[in-house]
Ligand binder design. Structure first.
Ligand SMILES: C[S@@+](CC[C@H](N)C(=O)[O-])C[C@H]1O[C@@H](n2cnc3c(N)ncnc32)[C@H](O)[C@@H]1O
Length: 359
């Protein structure tokens, strides 16, 4: 473990505690469990890796604690949140940046993908035109972090606009025409432009410097792990095949907006891009072998925290048996109580954390 650099405050977590992570809407997000998970971080950890970071809610908690935070998710739209809120120390979107973003489409011949794919499916023609023009102007911003912030805010606006916040259904416009649903959620009928502008302040306010060189990566964790050294603790929150594992079907539109694919087909009623990225964790045929490889590759990282839902595949005994080949495992459980455990969880099930120490 590293010694604390002289320039760091002795109580960085107190300075950063006032920062607020904008409420995510992401299946399996551990945002509401972050204080519980925090209790199990061992003393003396300076460098933490969030290996399957999704919305970045746990990576952000690590950053608030003053840890050098390395974060990774193989989907690029999640990687953008990591660049904007974890790696970024100070860049925000100013009024003049917002003016650039609100200008008309800088290259309509190039930037029309959202209109071509999703008008009449998820968006009206007006919203699609705005989304394409916003996308055309993001590359004009002056830094990588401003661009990442713009992607992050845009993607959050898109999830607010669609019932259930995901894109694995074809009912978005029907729901937006249903007065009862609109009464519960006004965002369904608000222009994407307004949602984007409204969210900007909250995301700008979430940017901070914790004194460490934090990093955001966006790749298959199996490729990243061999390049990392001196990590004290890793948090694993992988997809488990029995519950909402297919993130690319739920959030394909955000990945399409971010990458703006030129080399994919768009398939099914939802116009999901094809082929998908390879995960290794989202099919039963591959999951056990992938976990085995993941744990072998993580052997140089002393402390592991692993989130698990007790309706997952593989079952808990099999899973603990596998982890026990590498680490001493303690199983901690948190009951959801009456309410649901978070997006994608099932009422009555438990949130489970495997707290793993070296033998
Ligand atoms: C359960 S979610 C993580 C949720 C996150 N802890 C949060 O609080 O938002 C699992 C994530 O793993 C990512 N993922 C799946 N396969 C991956 C792989 N091979 N390498 C890196 N990330 C992967 C998915 O994109 C998804 O965002």
């Amino acid at each position: 473990m590293k010694t604390v650099p002289q320039t760091l405050s002795l109580f960085p977590e107190m300075e950063n505690a006032g920062k607020r992570f904008p409420q995510p809407q992401y299946l399996g997000a551990k945002f509401i469990h972050r204080d519980w998970i925090k209790e199990f971080i061992p003393d003396g950890v300076d460098v933490a890796l969030d290996a399957f970071s999704g919305s970045q809610s746990i990576a952000y908690m690590f950053k608030q604690l003053g840890l050098k935070t390395i974060t990774n998710d193989f989907l690029h739209f999640n990687g953008m949140i990591g660049k904007a809120l974890i790696e970024n120390k100070a860049d925000v979107l100013t009024e003049s940046d917002m003016s650039v973003l609100m200008e008309s489409n800088s290259n309509p011949d190039e930037y029309n993908l959202i209109d071509r794919l999703f008008t009449g499916l998820f968006f009206t023609a007006e919203d699609s035109a705005f989304i394409d023009s916003l996308r055309s102007n993001i590359p004009r911003l002056a830094s990588e972090y401003k661009r990442a912030l713009a992607f992050t805010i845009a993607n959050r606006a898109l999830t607010r606009k669609v019932t259930m916040g995901h894109f694995a259904h074809t009912q978005a416009l029907a729901y937006a025409a249903d007065p009862a649903r609109v009464k519960r959620n006004r965002s369904l009928v608000r222009p994407v432009r307004d949602l984007f502008v409204e969210l900007a302040d909250e995301y700008n306010a979430a940017v901070f410097d914790n004194g460490c060189e934090c990093e955001s990566h966006s790749e298959d964790i199996m490729n990243l792990l061999p390049r990392l050294d001196n990590v004290d603790m890793v948090y694993f929150d992988p997809p488990y095949c029995s519950s909402h594992a297919d993130y690319q079907s739920f959030y394909h539109l955000l990945e399409t907006f971010t990458v703006y694919w030129k080399d994919k087909e768009f398939v099914n009623g939802t116009k999901r891009y094809s082929p998908k990225r390879h995960s290794g964790f989202d099919t039963k045929g591959e999951a056990m072998a992938s976990f085995g490889r993941l744990f072998e590759m993580s052997d140089s990282i002393p402390y592991w925290l692993i989130s698990y839902n007790d309706r997952s595949y593989p079952d808990i005994d099999t899973f603990v048996g596998l982890v026990s080949r590498f680490r001493k495992v303690r199983v901690e459980k948190k009951q959801y109580g009456n309410s649901r455990g978070g997006k994608g969880s099932v009422a009555g099930s438990h949130e489970v954390l495997l707290v793993c120490n070296p033998y």
